[in-house]
Design a protein around this ligand. Structure first.
Ligand SMILES: [Zn+2]
Length: 209
């Protein structure tokens, strides 16, 4: 099976799951990916309501380290905001002019203009990418040179027993990143990693030439 991110030959890892020896991406067999219709049904049951304190605390895991790097005023896009945009409000409180995009709930393709945002955030999205080699190019492309890209996704590492890992049990979670995968992405797309907690948060800066 070719790696979905870097297209190198990948190795069998667990049942219906592969590991790329080059970029260290762990990915499920595309044969078991849900259809687009099944994805929509599943996402509609995601329950992120902006007044829920638990959800605000959850988003704080990204916002708190991110705010150390934010300029006073900035433009931002929350890519994959879900049915109840919440992160945008937190970023607006920090000086942002923020747009919400979601391929299912807020599918305004006009917002996906390359090189147009100082900050792009994407929380619990990149693990859903069916074509990560393509999807990361779109995502990174949205960020202006010198801008920030804040990602939240559970980071896999070999000390996690994959067969018992809760995060893989959601059938819409299909690609998993190790710290080395983010190093690979940084190298490929001219990003610098400003912050990584090795658990779920990675903040990149797009290099300014
Ligand atoms: Zn790879």
């Amino acid at each position: 099976m070719n790696c979905l991110l870097c297209h190198n030959d990948s190795n069998d890892f667990e049942a219906d799951t592969f590991l790329c020896p080059v970029c260290k991406l762990v990915f499920k067999n595309p044969d078991i990916f849900l259809s687009a219709e099944e994805d929509v049904t599943r996402y509609s049951h995601h329950n992120n309501i902006s007044t829920d304190q638990g959800y605000l605390d959850f988003l704080g895991k990204l916002v708190n380290p991110l705010k150390e790097f934010l300029p006073k005023k900035f433009t931002a896009l929350d890519f994959g905001c879900g049915p109840g945009p919440t992160l945008s409000g937190l970023l607006e409180n920090l000086g942002g002019v923020v747009e919400n995009y979601d391929p299912i709930f807020f599918p305004d393709g006009h917002l996906l203009i390359p090189d147009s945002y100082d900050v792009v955030t994407s929380t619990e999205v990149v693990e859903h990418f069916k074509t990560p080699g393509f999807d990361w190019e779109i995502l990174v492309g949205l960020v202006k040179d010198g801008g920030l890209l804040g990602i939240m996704t559970q980071i896999y590492s070999p000390d996690i027993d994959y067969s018992k890992w809760w995060y893989k049990n959601d059938p819409t979670h299909i690609v998993f990143y190790q710290k080395e995968t983010f190093d690979f992405i940084a190298e490929k797309y001219n990003l610098e990693i400003l912050y990584c907690d090795n658990k779920s948060i990675t903040i990149f800066k797009k290099r300014d030439f």
